[in-house]
Write a protein that binds this ligand. Structure first.
Ligand SMILES: *Cc1c(COP(=O)(O)O)cnc(C)c1O
Length: 386
């Protein structure tokens, strides 16, 4: 058996055709033909008010932080179990990320700890839809509404995931998508900011921030006859070449999701018997109210020693598995912000005992069976040891 990669990008075969077309149209900078096609597609498919394609989810998060007017002294609650970008967006505006616990069954923001951490300075909450399975958005939105704080969804994992029929990214004031090479649908680097408020001033401000502080977006729509510098901004719009690549990907969204679902369910079907054993705490479950995009397949082992052992045994068999987020609160930067490792015990326990398995459309049945057989061997030897 050749080495089995942790992730492989799925290509539909149409990417080159659309990229060549973008070149032929001579529209390779931002907001060209394919940027419009991709944002229309996403807006329609997920019933989104406004979609602005960006260079990354990191940049979409930064835009959202700027749009709500975050400033020094403000606090934003988020899970510690996330990527650095979630917290950086807040830090960049001089505000403070406040790390909250996750739920033991989904590794998503714990609504109770979110509520407990609200202060007079709390301006926003950033729920992260871990692994493509939505947070408890009814509870989170209720708490946020009651306290007058913004909801910014970090939906980097969750393009084409749903909660009670609502798309991830459509439920907060803002949603942030990622099309990074490691996600389900890719443009290499790329993202989108979803603006769910229909306030025209907010939309205009977003377009200005994204276009170097100018009102070029209005000019391109023919609303004004020249454009000028009207505010603070940066450059958050992706090249149309990347959006041509992404166009090929999103047309295959349902196929990609369906292939990942087959693998996810095959893992679950074959591994659930080990839940009766002492060493395996959890395999992912998609509750009836949620629809997943099957971004991640994980095993939650009992502790870090067991996790590291299983990782090592899989590696010895040529299978690339991996851990996931190192909690932000106990990272070097988290410590600089004054957090201590003991602050979030459940997050520490989960992050140190989680393992992710390969899940992607090009994973063959033979490879999948080999991974399962390997896990069965490893687990059986654990049963004998315990
Ligand atoms: C990948 C990821 C991001 C960053 O996405 P980019 O598009 O690479 O900037 C942000 N948040 C989470 C939870 C992620 O997994």
């Amino acid at each position: 058996m050749r080495k089995i990669a942790f992730n492989k990008t799925y290509f539909s075969g149409k990417e080159k055709k659309y990229i060549a077309d973008a070149l032929a149209r001579d529209s390779i900078s931002g907001d060209g033909y394919y940027t419009a096609r991709v944002s229309e597609f996403l807006a329609e498919k997920f019933a989104l008010n406004k979609v602005l394609m960006t260079t990354s989810a990191t940049h979409a998060l930064e835009m959202a932080a700027q749009l709500i007017g975050l400033k020094e002294g403000d606090e934003v609650i988020m899970p510690s179990f996330t990527f650095s970008s979630t917290a950086n967006a807040v830090l960049k505006e001089g505000a403070r990320p406040v790390f909250a616990e996750i739920k033991s069954d989904s590794f998503n923001l714990d609504p109770a700890d979110f509520e407990a951490k609200i202060t007079a300075n709390t301006k926003a909450v950033i729920p992260v839809h871990y692994a493509g399975i939505s947070c408890e958005m009814d509870q989170i939105r209720n708490i946020a509404r009651k306290n007058g704080i913004y909801v910014i969804e970090d939906a980097a994992h969750a393009v084409n995931s749903f909660y009670r029929g609502e798309a991830a990214g459509s439920m907060g004031d803002f949603g942030c998508y990622s099309f990074h090479g490691s996600k389900n649908l890719v443009s290499g680097e790329g993202g989108a900011l979803v603006i769910n408020s229909s306030q025209p001033e907010l939309l205009q401000k977003a377009e200005i921030i994204r276009e170097k502080g100018t009102n070029r977006s209005r000019f391109l729509r023919g609303e004004i006859d020249k454009y000028s510098w009207v505010g603070e901004g940066s450059s958050y719009l992706p090249s149309d070449i990347l959006m041509a690549l992404l166009f090929a990907q999103i047309k295959e969204m349902e196929y990609i999701t369906a292939q990942r679902k087959i693998i996810f369910e095959y893992y679950n079907h074959n591994l659930k018997k080990f839940l009766a054993e002492d060493f395996l705490d959890l395999i992912p479950e998609v509750p009836a109210a949620k629809k997943s995009n099957y971004h991640i397949y994980y095993l939650k082992l009992k502790n870090q020693n067991l996790r590291d052992l299983v990782l090592k045994e899989l590696k010895a068999r040529g299978i690339e598995a991996t851990f996931h987020f190192q909690p932000l609160h106990s990272s070097p930067m988290g410590k600089k912000l004054g957090y201590q490792k003991e602050d979030l015990q459940l997050t520490n326990q989960i992050a140190s005992s989680l393992l992710r398995l390969p899940i992607y459309p090009d994973l063959s049945q033979i490879e999948l069976d080999y991974i399962i057989k390997s896990l069965e061997d490893i687990f059986s030897s654990l049963v004998r040891q315990v």
